[in-house]
Design a protein around this ligand. Structure first.
Ligand SMILES: Cc1cc2nc3c(=O)[nH]c(=O)nc-3n(C[C@H](O)[C@H](O)[C@H](O)COP(=O)(O)OP(=O)(O)OC[C@H]3O[C@@H](n4cnc5c(N)ncnc54)[C@H](O)[C@@H]3O)c2cc1C
Length: 445
């Protein structure tokens, strides 16, 4: 038994990487997650549009740490966090405390108080969200095939809220499925299906360059996505969306990619909230006044080299997890923690087959098409490598998707598009796609 304990809340990129680095040393780690799996969020929309099955993008946390005897995983949600005591109260009712507390609980949808949005729209943050969206898409298509009159009620209008990477990538994948798959499966109703993307800003992919804004808009419009820019969503009702300019769009499928905020337990922990409600951390990733409390990844505003907060990206989360582990080990050894230095790999978005855009490295060298897609694959393969020993199947999937005219999987048989990851077949997550995160909040196992 080691002398020092570290409690890590959240088994995403940040929490897993931190625990993995600590596992190499003589430190006891308790890792909590409300789910029993680690998920690969960058490919959630491929699950939502049935290109992949849910278990292709999730890995069991117990499996990831099966050789690390000092990492103890608990499947339960943190319902409250006490930074003074470095303790967490879990949904199962226990109070866990440790010498160091690492908060890496990621983000959730922020509806910004939009009436009806929480009730009637579908966010995309977890495999359960992705499966729910896929089911909704299948349901509206099936129902419309039976009763074409539903088209008048907007059954085939798919509204995506948010023109950031999540909204743009989801709109691209959905438009592609409507173009390539739905006509084959559902015949003539397909021509009535329409993707509409709404954003109150004037451009898509705001953090990217002007050229990228135009590229994304052009690619989506070529796939018949209708752009509603410069308008916000005023209200979401069960059967329609009302926009700030008075437009009403009849729909049964509203995807919310309109913003994010940290998990409730993090927001309510009494830590200093900054932009986006995320916790402001110091350059060494600790919270001011709490030298043994770290907040990482999407839960934090992490200052970059220029002092501005780094974006919410997998590579920021992963690198911050590794850096926090190193700082904790330094602190245990009696040394000062050091300031986080992010190796900037750039920003990228995959809008669809043959349509990727990447601004690579700190100087944002911009590329499109095959080179951008290769960059996307490389960066995401690096993210995957933390939790999978073999990533060649991922690369093969990527090139297959990109370079060949391979039809997207049909929506009702997602296994058709299953990646053979070549490994861990006995290691699938004890993954109950319909076990909602809520259950874990209510108790956990
Ligand atoms: C649809 C989508 C597409 C994206 N695409 C890309 C992309 O292409 N490239 C890229 O770099 N980034 C992408 N991102 C962003 C990237 O996925 C995140 O920046 C990254 O996952 C953040 O890692 P994290 O560890 O901070 O949080 P997460 O990966 O969100 O992990 C947080 C973990 O905490 C758990 N948790 C939450 N609340 C609690 C609680 N109360 N108790 C216990 N556990 C809890 C969650 O179950 C989860 O496992 C995308 C995000 C989304 C949503």
């Amino acid at each position: 038994m080691a002398d020092t304990t570290v409690l890590v809340v959240g088994g995403g990129f940040a929490g897993v990487t931190c625990a993995q680095q600590l596992a190499k040393r003589d430190v006891d780690v308790v890792l909590l997650d409300r789910n029993n799996y680690h998920q690969f969020q960058p490919m959630l929309y491929q699950v939502a549009t049935a290109q992949l099955a849910a278990y292709d993008i999730a890995r069991p946390l117990r499996g990831i740490f099966r050789h690390d005897k000092t990492v103890h995983f608990h499947r339960t949600a943190a319902v409250s966090i006490d930074p003074e005591a470095r303790s967490v109260t879990t949904a199962a009712g226990s109070v866990l405390s440790a010498d160091y507390l690492v908060v890496a609980a990621g983000a959730q949808a922020n509806f910004f108080g939009t009436p009806g949005a929480a009730e009637h729209s579908l966010p995309l943050y977890s495999v359960n969200d992705a499966e729910r969206l896929r089911s909704r898409i299948v349901n509206v298509l099936d129902a419309t095939e039976e009763r074409p009159e539903l088209i008048e009620q907007g059954s085939l209008n798919f509204v995506i809220v948010g023109g950031g990477p999540t909204g743009v990538e989801t709109a691209g994948a959905l438009a592609e499925a409507l173009r390539d798959v739905v006509p084959v499966r559902y015949g003539s109703i397909a021509k009535s299906a329409k993707v509409r993307l709404v954003d109150h800003g004037d451009v898509l992919l705001k953090p990217f360059s002007e050229k990228a804004h135009a590229y994304a808009a052009d690619r989506l419009e070529r796939d018949a996505v209708e752009l509603h820019l410069g308008v916000g969503v005023k209200e979401v009702l069960p059967d329609r969306v009302i926009l700030s300019d008075g437009t009403t769009i009849m729909t049964r499928t509203v995807v919310w990619g309109g913003g994010e905020k940290p998990a409730d337990a993090v927001a309510e922990a009494g830590l200093p909230p900054g932009h986006g409600g995320r916790i402001d951390v110091q350059r060494d990733l600790t919270v001011a006044g709490h030298p043994q409390v770290y907040v990482l990844g999407d839960a934090a505003n992490i200052p970059g080299a220029d002092g501005r907060a780094l974006p919410q990206l997998g590579s920021v989360a992963q690198q911050s997890g590794a850096w926090a582990a190193r700082n904790i080990l330094d602190q245990i050894a009696g040394k000062q923690p050091t300031d986080f230095r992010y190796k900037d790999k750039g920003i990228m978005a995959m809008i669809g087959r043959n349509a990727a855009i990447a601004e690579m490295g700190p100087h944002r060298h911009e590329v499109e098409g095959p080179v951008a897609f290769a960059a996307w694959l490389g960066v995401h393969a690096a993210l995957l490598s933390g939790t999978r020993s073999k990533i060649d199947a991922f690369i093969a999937w990527g090139w297959d998707y990109f370079s060949k005219d391979r039809a997207t999987a049909i929506v009702d048989q997602p296994d058709d598009a299953r990646i053979d990851w070549d490994e861990d077949d006995d290691e699938r997550p004890e993954f109950d796609a319909h076990r909602d995160d809520q259950e874990a909040r209510d108790g956990g196992t």
